[in-house]
Design a protein around this ligand. Sequence first.
Ligand code: 4AD
Ligand code: MG
Length: 460
Amino acid sequence: MGNSFKFADLQLKKVSLGEYQVSGWVKTHRQSKNISFIELSDGSSVKGLQLVIEPNLATYAPIADRVSTGSSIIVSGKLVESPAKGQTHEFQVSEIALVGEADPEKYFLQKKHHGLDTLRENLHFRPRSNTFGAVFRIRSNVAFAVHKFFKERGFYYIHTPIITTSDCEGAGEMFQVTTLKPGNAKVDYTQDFFKAPAFLTVSGQLEGEIFATALGKIYTFGPTFRAENSNTSRHLSEFWMIEPEISFCDLAQDMQVASDFIKYLISYTLEESAADLEFLHQAEWCVPNLRANLEAVVNKPAEVLEYTEAIKILENATQAFEYPVSWGIDLQSEHERYLTEKHVQGPVFVINYPKTIKPFYMRLNDDEKTVTGMDLLTPGIGEIIGGGQREDRLDLLTHRMQAQGLDVSNYWWYLQLREFGSVPHAGFGLGFERFLMYVTGMKNIRDVIPVPRYPGHGGI
Ligand code: 4AD
Ligand code: MG
């Protein structure tokens, strides 16, 4: 690390023998006659560094009354063993500089406890709170683990486009991209920027398939957009999705990758973000026993349920559902939660769904009624993964696209992947924020993405 080292996760820069420099934001400042204390955070740890200051220190005395919660400072001094409880070391300040003040009369993040809702209304300050500092350090670590997992398994990282003319999920929930000014006249798309209706992507899968059928194993990891008007704690209008796509792969192998992936991400996070996770798991809003449940996931093979079987379980459930259950329905959140929380009490793959409720690209099973789709459901959240084996037969794919009312000519290139060197292939999409909710125990998806986008909230 050259001339800096990590202590209590804070970055200390060595300035001379035994002397270090550290900079950050003041969490608390306690002044008294004989000694002053500052708890300092540089953002790298949920635990701050305790600074100990002589009140008559030449650089401190003139600024002491202006150092308050939220102000930024730079200090030099020595790390010494601490006599106080709860910390092994403290920092004896020999020099201090006040960089930016934070008027206690006006600064939002004071010592008093703020609820998550209030913090959400102050997005620009919430990462400075202990809770959100922990969440976003974990998010960063998990993102790194995603790349590490795929790199170790020979996958290539592909950047699929954000702007597209095709609707991958066929659900018509897309944000339009245009340079035309809104007006009443009938829109002439030949005059538009892309000479055709264009949208923000709902998934990188279709372009991912181009690269899987060339490089073998690929993954995407990028922002995706959905204009569904779902004002829920599990939906965002802009979210990040990880989508692997694998050639010469069937549904069973696909589920194996998904299961290995989830286990890998959980193990990595438990290890690399231990202190931050522990802090979050202790919070009053966190689900009980989360750590033990996560450890159980790592050590247990994932359960698999056929959709048809899942429907029978729901029909025989002792609990009443708002949405009635019968073969052919799309599983609602309450059904998913019952299966994963009550029936399996852990993550469960539901596979082989009716073709009528799944997108055109899923492979038709021999029963001609179901398709090789899979969803991974987890307690507290429901679906975190959606995927499956793709339809690799040209005629059947064309037929299903037509049956779902898609303009086949718009997907000519996608069909050609089946005409030339077609292979069985499969993949899935993991909602990055849904996974983060799962590991952190945060109950609202808006609290695990830096700047959430949802209906009515397109700005900060
Ligand atoms: O199930 P979905 O719609 O599947 C696809 O998009 C496929 N093309 C993926 C693939 O096979 N390559 O979405 C995948 C996942 C969901 O399981 C969920 O975790 C997440 O994306 N997701 C959302 N997350 C937050 N907000 C939303 N509005 C989401 N919609 C889907
Ligand atoms: Mg889905």
